[in-house]
Design a protein around this ligand. Structure first.
Ligand code: MGD
Ligand code: MGD
Ligand code: SF4
Ligand code: MO
Length: 743
């Protein structure tokens, strides 16, 4: 048996693991004691051998033979698949223009920039994914405020962790032991803000329980207290911020008493946490993904916490938050995502065609090019352009894209390449996505497993998983580089994403841009400027070190003292001139969620409970792994016969005549799903929380079932109409109203 060092991509936490192999097969996976996470491994990675050769994996290219969704497939060769797909893409391009070809993907993967490269060379700006509701929108707002996004420091050196809408023990399991360690060794205090008493909340020194989606108001009240009580960092505010007086004026509108009414958090608690955050230095305000999912108020809530970090002097200090461009100049010798993506190859008239533009300007190619890149380039000695994955930051707006596929207005979109994305399980408004999928002339799915949207595909292509491909990602988190060779050669006819895009690219006149035959050769090119090969780099980075953090950054974090911030004013913009330029409110404000007891009281009479959901579960990654037997067996939250659970307060359930384990309908103006009630006292009495599984892999593939995607999928209960999306970047809401009753 041989132990190969590897990096897990079952979720973005990127744990360093040892993959034990025998005769080219994975037999066991364990945590790497030399890894950044010091040997930690979660249940999903323990199940990796089972996932690597799971009977339901896609192992060969398959072509649809029956009608779409009929479940009839024929095995074909890779060459046949690629020849036919590329011929169809060419035909669509000639008939409708290159923008008629689109791509959707799921959570970011190291291969994502390769998609950008293919699409830019092809001439289409139409790629979209969950970035709007998963950090990228926050990164865009941080970029407008600070010049680039922030880099978390895993709480090292922090005295206070403000864990806001985030539940580390489930979503970032390798970090949780670190938090516990820092609590013991460096007296780290923990404040958790969550409508649910999560595991993190159970362990907290202080737990605030706001009404879902009112976090923007809470942040404004914190700003109010900190400014009114003179608790801000005067030196930083004076020298490095722009628009403090205007911010001070604005936050007068949000005194704790008023915000207590909005949020349900008592005014004295608001004051207590505001004071604690301002006075405990350094403090790390780690906001979770919920901050990207409020709908209308999302960007302004993100702005409010961006201002909080700045005025309390927590930027660019150890234990606070680092600003990206200044933190990692040392690893800039590795070809970046921007270098890979070749965004400049896409003609500017194509940028403007992105669905969602010009309504949602902040995340768009024109803003990325004309504002962000320009400011970064104009700021001397700025470590990097403001962000390293432009095709994420400047992605098309998915809700607008789905609508455009259906209407063909202002121009048709005819083909969709789907990569690592459970499209019907993950995207809000699954019914609309379904209609859009049915309209397409070509659907290609490149994935590990057949998911509900894959059941509607014309071609299914087998993807290699992380054990079967090499890895190279500069990780800003700890100034190191993740570089590992393949643990095993891909089984069956699976291929890595580099092979996939290259073999399509060379069939579509892109040969000169794909000169490297393998992913390893491509990585040799990426690390060339380090003066070593990829293989040599792999040997050098064990254990992962701070090798690539420049000397300057190691000794002195406060680089803004030398370089300022890459914003139009060169300062942290509490008053955002970029928002102003884009016709948006330059100061943070609060808006109610699209549907709430306050905004839509009539609707709330019909649907009296607030619906949240989708909190991450350690055993699963979103809609993934629900077919993995060993993981299901460990899941105490999952009922058999199959049923994801809905958390409901015991008192509320009693009033509704619901007992623990009962099948219940969760219904609202958008749809109805069935889950099993799990009674708890750890949630607000007027809030219910639905588990997000998205599908039931054991159900039939054929329509109308599509792997049970219409049964318990929370995406059926949220809407993504552009009118309920955030004004600046268009992120869509993942909360709403509902009623619950026994099925
Ligand atoms: N095991 C596992 N780990 C994962 C993933 C996974 O699927 N499985 N996914 C990864 C990905 S892509 C992401 S984005 C991260 C996300 O990880 P996190 O940022 O931790 O996000 P969630 O788990 O969605 O939600 C965290 C908490 O927010 C609370 N919450 C819900 N609504 C509100 C609200 O309105 N206000 C506040 N303040 N809190 C609210 C929930 O009750 C929950 O406890 O996890 C990553 N890690
Ligand atoms: N209702 C609701 N919707 C949500 C959320 C929610 O909380 N509730 N969360 C949102 C968030 S934060 C995110 S990030 C998105 C996630 O959206 P997705 O990333 O689409 O979600 P997953 O369910 O993880 O599906 C990933 C797909 O990638 C495949 N896959 C995994 N590894 C690989 C690989 O290495 N190569 C290839 N080619 N395929 C691979 C899996 O088999 C699976 O089909 O969902 C968003 N949608
Ligand atoms: S937390 Fe688990 S699934 Fe995520 S990278 Fe680490 S080992 Fe893999
Ligand atoms: Mo995410």
């Amino acid at each position: 048996m041989e132990a190969k060092k590897s990096i897990c991509w079952f979720c973005y936490n990127s744990c360093h693991l040892l993959v034990h192999t025998e005769n080219g097969r994975v037999v066991k996976v364990t945590g790497d004691p030399e890894g950044w996470q010091r040997g930690y491994i979660c249940e999903r990675a323990v199940a990796a051998p089972e996932i690597n050769d799971h009977p339901e994996r896609i192992n060969y290219p398959m072509k649809r033979v029956g009608k779409r969704g009929e479940g009839k497939w024929q095995r074909i060769s890779w060459d046949q698949a690629l020849d036919e797909i590329s011929a169809k893409l060419k035909e669509i391009k000639e008939k409708y223009g290159s923008e008629a070809v689109a791509n959707t993907r799921g959570s970011w993967k190291p291969s994502s920039p390769l998609m950008g490269r293919f699409m830019h060379l092809f001439g289409s700006p139409n790629y979209f994914g969950p970035g709007h509701v998963c950090y990228t929108s926050a990164m865009a707002v941080e970029s407008a405020t600070y010049g680039t996004h922030i880099v978390p420091q895993l709480y090292g050196g922090a005295k206070l962790a403000l864990m806001w809408g985030r539940n580390l023990p489930q979503s970032h399991p390798p970090y949780w032991p670190l938090v516990k360690y820092f609590r013991k060794e460096q007296g780290l205090k923990l404040v958790v803000i969550d409508p649910r008493k999560s595991e993190a909340a159970e362990a907290a020194d202080i737990w605030l329980q706001p009404r879902p989606g009112t976090d923007g108001a809470l942040a404004l009240a914190f700003l109010n207290v900190i400014i009114e009580e003179n608790l801000y960092d005067k030196e930083f505010v004076e020298n490095y911020t722009f628009g403090f007086d205007k911010l001070a004026e604005r936050v007068k509108e949000y005194p704790p008493e008023k915000v207590a009414e909005i949020t349900g958090v008592p005014a004295d608690k608001i004051r207590e946490v505001a004071r604690l955050y301002a006075m405990t230095k350094p403090a790390d305000l780690m906001a979770g993904v919920k901050f990207d999912q409020f709908g209308l108020n999302t960007s302004q809530a993100q702005r409010a916490i961006a201002c909080l970090r700045a005025i309390t002097g927590n930027l660019n200090v150890i234990g606070g938050e680092l600003v990206h461009g200044q933190a990692v100049t040392g690893i800039m010798k590795i070809k970046s995502d921007t270098d890979i993506e070749l965004g400049d190859k896409l003609p500017s008239e194509q940028y403007e065609k992105q669905p969602g533009y010009p309504r949602f300007k902040l995340m768009s190619w024109p803003t990325y090019k004309k504002i962000f890149t320009k400011v970064a380039n104009d700021t001397p000695n700025w470590g990097t352009t403001m962000i390293d994955n432009p095709s994420d930051l400047a992605a098309a707006h998915a809700p607008s894209a789905w609508r455009q596929i259906i209407s063909s207005k202002p121009y048709p979109i005819k083909a969709l390449i789907i990569l690592h994305n459970n499209t019907l399980g993950e995207h809000t408004n699954a019914k609309l996505v379904y209609q859009a999928l049915k309209k397409l002339d070509l659907i290609v799915v490149f994935d590990l497993f057949k998911h509900p949207a894959a059941a509607l595909a014309d071609y299914l292509l087998p993807a290699a998983d992380w054990m079967e491909r090499p890895e190279l990602t500069p990780t800003y988190q700890y100034g190191a580089v993740n570089a590992e060779e393949r643990a095993i050669e891909p089984l069956y006819e699976r291929r890595d994403a580099y092979q996939f895009w290259r073999s399509l690219g060379i069939r579509l006149d892109q040969e000169e841009y794909w000169p490297w035959k393998t992913m390893e050769e491509f990585y040799d090119w990426r690390v060339k400027d380090l003066g070593m090969s990829f293989k040599e780099l792999v040997e050098k980075v064990h254990p992962p070190t701070e090798l690539f953090r420049g000397e300057e950054e190691k000794s002195e974090y406060k680089l803004h003292e030398k370089y300022g911030f890459a914003t139009p004013t060169g300062k942290v913009e509490l008053y955002s001139t970029i928002f102003e330029q884009l016709g948006l409110d330059p100061l943070p404000n609060y808006e109610e969620p699209p549907w709430s007891p306050v905004r839509t009281p009539e609707l709330a009479k019909k649907y009296p409970l607030i619906l949240i959901g989708g909190s991450k579960i350690r055993l699963f990654t979103h809609t993934q792994f629900w077919m993995v037997k060993s993981l299901r067996e460990q899941s105490l939250d999952w009922y058999e016969p199959p049923g994801p659970n809905t958390l409901i307060h015991t008192d509320t359930a009693k009033k509704l005549g619901i007992s623990d384990g009962d099948w219940v309908y969760i219904e609202n103006q958008f749809g109805k799903i069935k889950q099993r009630a799990k009674l708890t006292t750890k949630i607000l009495p007027n809030v219910v929380h639905c588990q997000h599984n998205g599908w039931l892999p054991e159900k039939p593939e054929e329509e109308p079932s599509l792997f049970g995607v219409w049964e318990s999928n929370t995406s059926l209960l949220f809407d993504d109409d552009p009118d309920v999306c955030d004004h600046a970047h268009g992120s869509w809401p993942m909360l709403g109203l509902c009623k619950v009753y026994k099925a």
